[in-house]
Write a protein that binds this ligand. Structure first.
Ligand code: NA7
Length: 537
């Protein structure tokens, strides 16, 4: 299930289709998303431009002809003037390497590659992970399975989605308001289509705070709860804690077994992708699942997974959880994972992986990377942290304009290349924008299990630096933190951390992001090298 309301999880540029294309529920589910995309392809006769079952293996830029030379599966090569990647933020699956995984006799699945028609009914199921997909899969299957054991590393602040059937009145309201809806999307922070709050938590009385939280809990949606309640939940520690406390109280009210409730209650700052759960066909929430006698929660901080065995998962207290199915809801090698696993070589044969080795994944405007001429990333690193379809539309419009400009003024083989200065300036802007955000601060403020000293302190630049639990969030770089012990050496730390700590998103919001792209275009595509350099020969 998408955690964005159905009416803003679609293309905004086809008004006729917006008016007529049906959707059944407030949130679209995977089959409907697929059907919608197939419909758009047919409607605009796009299939003739597509090659399926074709994997890009490498892409090399050559200065001699100002072209990309791309190899794809089947030993074929493609030569392209422009390379536009749509590799996605989240597609390289994260499969943690747990000892003994290959000995498991049951079925192993990842939520990112769910097999069509696979049934868990009547089975003993384990789920590792309780992020966006973990809470959804747990909410959906609890009522069907024999037993459900949820292996949770960090509990989550999840709020109801508010999903329900689309009524004729609701659909009529949407159809009457498409223009306003997309105006609001483009001129908002989150691009989720709801009215973002302009009120500070600090300006509200205790009663008013509770009323606002309750109202938004009932309406549903994780982003609405974070950005529609008060305007400082993501930036002010006290406001954030107010939201956390409200959700913790809800967990206490919903979950009847106090021991389960204790394990399910987060105490970290509320500064990850805000989750929501529950869908119209189920009518139950994530936390309600734990009132079922067949649904169990295992706190991996108390009893880490030791290994997977033929019969199931064994934790450090010696317990073997016998399973028929083990589901990984463990997320993705997010943002750069999809780029660095492909051999993309820009100028002078430098790979994208190497270009990002010191800085972490970066870009100019979330779209272009210096040294990689004529390559445009949709959803590249440092793109807008918003509902994604509108962010992608903004990037597509920008890239289209840039290429059209280059074709007009750039000679026979234009070279569009961002400057390093522009990339650095933009990265600085991203860091400044994030400076007040708890999404960024969280990672250095929360102790997970101990203090780094000695060589780790040298590496992290602090004598007293704790490994923050939020350091794992994919917004700033996923860490593969082991469940026991602390790293002793810099090499260990890198292995534990796994990814470069750097900002992966632009936190200025949709409106400001669109304005930044528009300013660049209005300024004759400032931040790019002069196009005249691109004439071959
Ligand atoms: P997420 O939201 O990144 O969640 C991944 C979950 O997997 C999270 O609960 C992690 O725990 C957990 N995880 C990862 N590795 C491990 C190991 N080794 N042991 C135990 N638990 C682990 O991924 P999703 O696929 O659910 O959603 C990603 C995006 O898809 C989402 O934001 C939407 O945009 C759609 P942790 O909290 O790190 O302790």
């Amino acid at each position: 299930m998408s955690d964005t309301e159905s009416y803003v999880y679609r293309y905004s540029w086809d008004k006729e289709d917006l008016m007529n294309y049906p959707f059944k529920e407030h949130y679209v589910k995977q089959p409907e998303v697929l059907a919608y995309l197939e419909h758009a392809v047919e409607r605009h006769d796009l299939r003739k431009h597509m090659r399926f079952n074709t994997q890009m293996l490498s892409a090399n830029w050559t200065d001699e002809d100002h072209r990309w030379h791309i190899t794809v599966t089947g030993d074929k090569t493609v030569t392209a003037k422009y390379l536009i990647t749509g590799l996605g933020l989240l597609s390289a699956k994260n499969f943690p390497s747990i000892p003994g995984l290959d000995t498991f006799k049951g079925d192993l699945h990842h939520t990112a590659a769910w097999p069509k028609d696979y049934s868990v009914a009547g089975k003993r199921v384990g789920v590792i992970g309780c992020g966006s997909t973990g809470v959804q899969v747990i909410t959906e299957i609890g009522r069907h399975v024999k037993t459900l054991t949820c292996f949770q590393r960090h509990p989550q602040y999840s709020v109801p989605s508010g999903d329900q059937k689309v009524t004729p009145e609701y659909r009529a309201w949407i159809n009457e308001n498409w223009d306003d809806i997309f105006y609001r999307v483009r001129h908002s922070i989150t691009a989720f289509g709801f009215k973002e709050s302009e009120q500070s938590y600090h300006d509200a009385s205790t009663e008013e705070r509770l009323r606002v939280f309750e109202e938004n809990w009932k309406k549903g949606n994780g982003f609405r709860f974070m950005f529609g309640t008060f305007n400082d939940i993501a930036t002010d520690a006290e406001a954030n804690e107010g939201a956390c406390e409200f959700i913790r109280n809800k967990i206490d009210q919903i979950v009847k077994d106090p021991e389960k409730a204790r394990k399910l209650k987060p105490h970290d700052v509320y500064a990850r992708r805000p989750l929501c759960d529950g869908n119209a066909s189920n009518g139950e929430s994530y936390f309600e699942q734990f009132n079922r006698p067949n649904v169990h929660i295992v706190d991996l901080k108390e009893t880490p997974i030791e290994q997977v065995e033929a019969e199931g998962v064994r934790t450090s207290d010696g317990t073997l959880y016998e399973l028929d199915v083990l589901i990984f809801a463990t997320g993705f090698d997010a943002v750069e994972g999809n780029y660095t696993r492909i051999l993309i070589h820009g100028r002078d044969g430098v790979s994208l992986k190497d270009a990002w080795a010191d800085s972490g994944p970066t870009s100019y405007l979330g779209v272009c990377m210096p040294g990689f001429p004529n390559m445009f990333m949709e959803n590249g690193p440092k793109g807008a942290f918003t509902n994604q379809p509108p962010a992608i539309e903004a990037q597509v419009e920008f890239i289209t304009g840039l290429i059209a400009h280059a074709e007009k003024v750039g000679g026979e083989a234009p070279v569009i290349e961002a400057t390093s200065e522009a990339e650095q300036e933009y990265s600085g802007l991203c860091e400044n924008l994030a400076a007040n955000s708890l999404f960024w601060k969280a990672q250095v403020s929360i102790a997970w299990t101990g203090v780094c000293t000695g060589p780790i302190a040298a590496l992290t630049g602090s004598n007293n630096r704790t490994i923050g639990s939020s350091e794992r969030t994919y917004l700033v770089g996923t860490c593969r933190i082991a469940l026991t012990g602390l790293p002793d050496t810099p090499a260990d730390f890198r292995r534990y951390v796994g990814k470069k700590r750097c900002l992966r998103f632009y936190f200025g919001g949709m409106q400001a992001y669109r304005e930044r792209l528009a300013e660049c275009a209005a300024d004759g595509y400032a931040g790019f090298k002069p196009l005249a350099e691109g004439v071959v020969g």
